[in-house]
Structures are given as C-alpha cells and as structure tokens.
Design a binder for this molecule. Structure first.
Ligand code: ADP
Ligand code: MG
Length: 227
C-alpha cells in the first residue's frame, strides 16, 4: 500500500536533511503510529505521502502509483485516495457541519442525491448525528475534529493520514477521536497517525514507528511509546 525506499528530504534554507534515507512499508489496512520529538520529521514524512512536498531522493510508491511518474494532473486523483486530518481541523467557519462534509463531495461533482445519502451516513460513523445544522464554533474541539475526519473519509480513501489530530484536545475528546480512527481502520482504511500522546500510544498497542533527527530509529508491532 505504502512503500518508501531510502527517501530523503532536504528543505531549502535548512541545513541538513529533514529526513534521511527513510524506508518504510505499510500494508493495506494497517494502523501505524508515528512518534518522535518535535522537529524529527513526522509531518515531512506525511507531506511526502500527500505530495505536498517532493522527496530530494528515494522512491515512493503508494497504491501502485510511483510518485516519480506522477503528473500534476494526477494529483487530484491521488488526493482522493488519501484523506488528511490536521491538528487545527481546518473547517470552513461559515458552513454547517453538514455543509463542511458535503463540500468534499461537491468539489468532485457528486450529485445532490449522493450527497444527501452519504453525508448522514458518515456523520453517523463519527458520532455526530444531530449536529448537522451546527456551525464549527458551536462544537467542542473533539467534535470539530470528528467533522474533519468525516470530511476526510467521505470519498472513501484507501489511506487516512492524521497529523497530531489530538494535539489540541483534552484526554476525553482525544479518545473520542482515536476511537473514530480505529473504527475507520476497522472498515478497511489504512491509518497513519502521528501523536505526542504517550498514553494513547501505549493503550492502542499498534505498530509504532519512531523517528528521531530524520531517521527511523525503531519500528515495532504492538509497541509502546519510547523516546
Ligand atoms: P515534526 O512534524 O516531527 O515536528 P517536521 O517534519 O515538521 O517535524 O520538521 C522536520 C524539520 O524540517 C524541522 O527541523 C523543521 O524546522 C524543518 N522544516 C519543516 N518544514 C520546512 C520547510 N517548509 N522549510 C524549511 N524547513 C522545514
Ligand atoms: Mg509535525
């Protein structure tokens, strides 16, 4: 599903590589947690997968697509296969919950009927039934993040990338969000999660990839947080 072979990334105006010869293989339907200190390169790794950044060297193949051969015109198609959730939600403040989620379908030309059918189903999955007409400012942080997840998964991506999705949340709301990620994973989506939250990592007991100074220093199944 995801294959990185000796991938390095050097940013302009930054001395040294943000990522150095990272090799990683993620199977379909895996749930992988990426941990590491701030500045280690976690977000850079995720940005390479969404093609927000290009590697300086190395090979990236996702769902059979070799990124070296990827044309700019193929990027929207790629983005449909990969849902993304960020720490700061990035919801549209002047749209309701329903409209925020529907928007992800409107931009790909879905019919009104399809939107009316699909949005309630996804809101149900993330536990937001009854909040359709609320605006983001009327929701808790955890609820906002679940709207963002609904929006990210409504086009049924093969991969869901969540970059510190619980970073702004208190423990209870953080767990609500994590439970939703687990549910989406159970339905068959590969999940890549970065987090600083030691308790979450230890309780989830998933594969944990630890990055330090741009390198993978450990990669273990059913692992706990270690730094
Ligand atoms: P993490 O998500 O693990 O905190 P990042 O991937 O965001 O780390 O950053 C890794 C390193 O790359 C940091 O030293 C950061 O300052 C640097 N970096 C990230 N993005 C850029 C950029 N666009 N330009 C220059 N340096 C960057
Ligand atoms: Mg980051």
């Amino acid at each position: 599903m995801i294959l990185l072979d000796r991938v390095s990334k050097t940013y302009p105006r930054r001395s040294g590589a943000a990522l150095q010869r990272i090799s990683l293989h993620v199977e379909p339907k895996e749930f992988v947690i990426v941990v590491g200190p701030s500045g280690a390169g976690k977000s850079t790794l995720l940005k390479l997968l969404t093609r927000e950044e290009k590697p300086t060297s190395g090979k990236i193949i996702i769902g059979g697509i070799d990124y070296e051969r990827l044309k700019d015109k193929d990027i929207p198609k790629l983005r449909r296969r990969i849902g993304v959730v960020f720490q700061d939600f990035k919801l549209l403040p002047n749209k309701t919950v329903f409209e925020n989620v529907a928007f992800a379908l409107e931009v790909v030309g879905a019919s009104k009927r399809e939107i009316q059918n699909t949005v309630p189903k996804v809101l149900n999955i993330v536990g937001l039934k009854g909040k359709e007409k609320n605006y983001p400012r009327e929701l808790s942080g955890g609820e906002r993040q679940r709207v963002a997840i609904a929006r990210a998964v409504i086009r049924q991506p093969k991969i869901l990338i969540a970059d510190e999705p619980t970073g702004n949340l208190d423990p209870k709301h953080a767990w609500d969000v994590i439970r939703v990620l687990e549910k989406i994973n159970k339905y068959g989506t590969t999940v890549l999660l970065t987090t600083h939250n030691q308790e979450i990592v230890n309780k989830l007991k998933r594969r944990v990839v630890t990055i330090k100074d741009g390198q993978i220093v450990s990669d273990k199944a059913n692992a706990e947080y270690e730094l």
